[in-house]
Write a protein of this length. Sequence first.
Length: 250
Amino acid sequence: MTLVTNEIRLDKASIAYAALVALFTGSLVASNYLASKLFTATIFGISVAAPAAVLAYAMTFLFTDIISEVYGKKAAGIAVFVGFATQVLILAYNAFALKLPHAPFSPATPQAYESVVGGSAPIILASLTAYIISQTHDVWAFHFWKSKTGGRWLWLRNNASTMVSQLIDTVIFITLAFNVIPSLMGLQALPLTAIKSIIIGQYIVKWLIALGDTPLVYLGTHLVSNYIGLKTIQITGLYEGKEEKLTRTL
């Protein structure tokens, strides 16, 4: 008797892609819950304020740039869509959890639970808007600069795409999350002077992280390429829908 299964054997390229999308999505989800806390720091003598999610969210651009470089524009777009769908799903989970009756012996009080889970709603709504705009721009800009430079200078397309996308994301997210959406929901909103300070502070931190992640993009691209077993990436239709050869300077 022969046992027939529908198990599909994954190749290394698929495994690496799934791992990168998981890291990307994990960083994105973490940033939604970390963003409600603001911190202050002094950088080069300048006092800045930024959400605690600044590192986690900045890392999402690192992962999409690695995906873009190794797998192409379509694969990066799929990762962005998966991240968007994940955030929508989290919103639904949050709404469901808040509607459930609270047990009197629950270790978390209703107020404490709602402050953590319900309080993230403005963050997630703002994140969804800023995310889809900035990440779509990041993927587009990365491949725009890649085309303009003939596949050379990974550092240029990494920084040119990320720094502009981070600015777009910061302005949209901070304004919506801490002023516009709270005002519409009847929650406490920060004044515009504070919004401006947070935008400047967060972008300074993100700009420094973007500069610092360039070696990580090279390292990540190198490690994934070696794991797949390719120096020059040959895409045969799995991700781009056509055969395409990508070259780059590592």
